[in-house]
Write a protein that binds this ligand. Structure first.
Ligand SMILES: NC(=O)c1ccc[n+]([C@@H]2O[C@H](COP(=O)([O-])OP(=O)(O)OC[C@H]3O[C@@H](n4cnc5c(N)ncnc54)[C@H](OP(=O)(O)O)[C@@H]3O)[C@@H](O)[C@H]2O)c1
Length: 234
C-alpha cells in the first residue's frame, strides 16, 4: 500500500479521531485540525496536530496557506469537523447562526478550495465529507444543522461534476446517530443498546474502504443508519 498524507478536520474526537487512528494504522501521515488536541494524543510519529478554530475564517485562511507550504503532498482531505445545535430557529442569535454555518459548512469549503489546486495538479486525490442523515431530510429543531449538511451535499455534487476529469474523487458519507461526544452538549443521545448507534470505528472502516477502492471507481455517497433507531432525551 502507498503511504499518503491526509488532512482531517475534527481529528481530536469522535468520528474524526477514529478515522485518524485508522489512517495512521494504515501507515498514512495525518495532519489533524481541531481546537483541543489534549483529548487525543496518538503515539505515532506520523500524526501532526494543528490547533485552529474553524469558526475564525481569517485564521483558517492563514493556517491553510502555511499548511500547504509545509505539506504540499496532501492527497486526502476528510472534511469532518462540526458540532450540533438543535432548537427552534427563533432561539438562535445572529452570531450563533453565523458561527454555526462557518464552522460546519464554510470552513470546510474554504479548506477544500485551497487544497483542490494541489490535488488537480497531481491528477489524483480523495475528498470525503462527513454529511449526515440531516443532509437528506430536514426535521424540526435542525434548521441550521440541515442547512449545513444539505449545503455540503450540494457542494459535493457540484464539485464532483466540476472536477470529473481531474482524477480527484469526491464522496459524501451520511451517518445517522453515531456514538460520540457530539451529544455531550445536546439534550438527547442515542439509546443505550449497541444497535441504537453506529460506532465511529464503523465510519472509519468505510473511509478506508473508499480510499482503497480502485482509482477508476468513484463512490459518490454512502448512507448509514443504526439498525434500531432509539433516541433518549436527557
Ligand atoms: N455523532 C453523530 O451522531 C453524527 C451523525 C452524523 C454526522 N455527524 C457529523 O460528524 C462530524 C464529527 O462529529 P462527531 O460525532 O465525531 O462529534 P465530536 O466527537 O464532537 O467531534 C467533533 C470534532 O469537530 C471539531 N470541531 C468542532 N468545532 C470546531 C471548531 N470551531 N474548530 C475546529 N474544530 C472543531 C472538534 O474538535 P475540538 O472540539 O477539539 O475543536 C472535534 O474534533 C460532524 O460534522 C457531525 O456533524 C455526527
Amino acid at each position: 500500500m502507498i503511504n499518503k498524507t491526509a488532512l482531517v478536520t475534527g481529528s481530536s474526537s469522535g468520528i474524526g479521531q477514529a478515522i485518524t487512528e485508522a489512517l495512521l494504522n494504515n501507515g498514512h501521515h495525518v495532519i489533524g485540525l481541531a481546537r483541543d488536541h489534549g483529548k487525543f494524543k496518538p503515539r505515532y510519529g506520523n500524526y501532526h496536530p494543528i490547533t485552529v478554530d474553524l469558526s475564525d475564517i481569517e485564521n483558517t485562511e492563514t493556517m491553510v496557506h502555511g499548511l500547504l507550504n509545509e505539506y504540499p503532498d496532501i492527497s486526502i482531505f476528510i472534511g469532518n469537523a462540526g458540532y450540533g445545535d438543535f432548537k427552534h430557529l427563533e432561539n438562535f442569535s445572529s452570531l450563533q447562526i453565523k458561527n454555526f454555518l462557518i464552522t460546519n459548512l464554510v470552513s470546510q469549503i474554504i479548506l477544500c478550495r485551497h487544497l483542490i489546486t494541489y490535488l488537480k495538479r497531481k491528477g489524483a486525490g480523495d475528498i470525503i465529507f462527513m454529511g449526515s442523515e440531516s443532509a437528506l431530510a430536514g426535521k424540526k429543531n435542525a434548521t441550521l444543522y440541515a442547512t449545513a449538511k444539505f449545503g455540503l451535499r450540494g457542494f459535493v455534487q457540484a464539485l464532483r461534476d466540476e472536477i470529473r476529469t481531474s482524477g480527484v474523487r469526491v464522496c459524501l458519507i451520511n451517518p445517522g446517530l453515531v456514538r460520540t461526544p457530539f451529544f455531550e452538549t445536546l439534550n438527547f443521545e442515542p439509546g443505550q443498546y449497541e444497535n441504537n448507534a453506529i460506532e465511529p470505528e464503523d465510519v472509519a472502516k468505510i473511509v478506508v474502504e473508499i480510499l482503497n477502492t480502485r482509482a477508476g471507481t468513484n463512490i459518490d455517497e454512502i448512507n448509514l443508519s443504526p439498525s434500531s433507531q432509539l433516541i433518549n432525551f436527557k
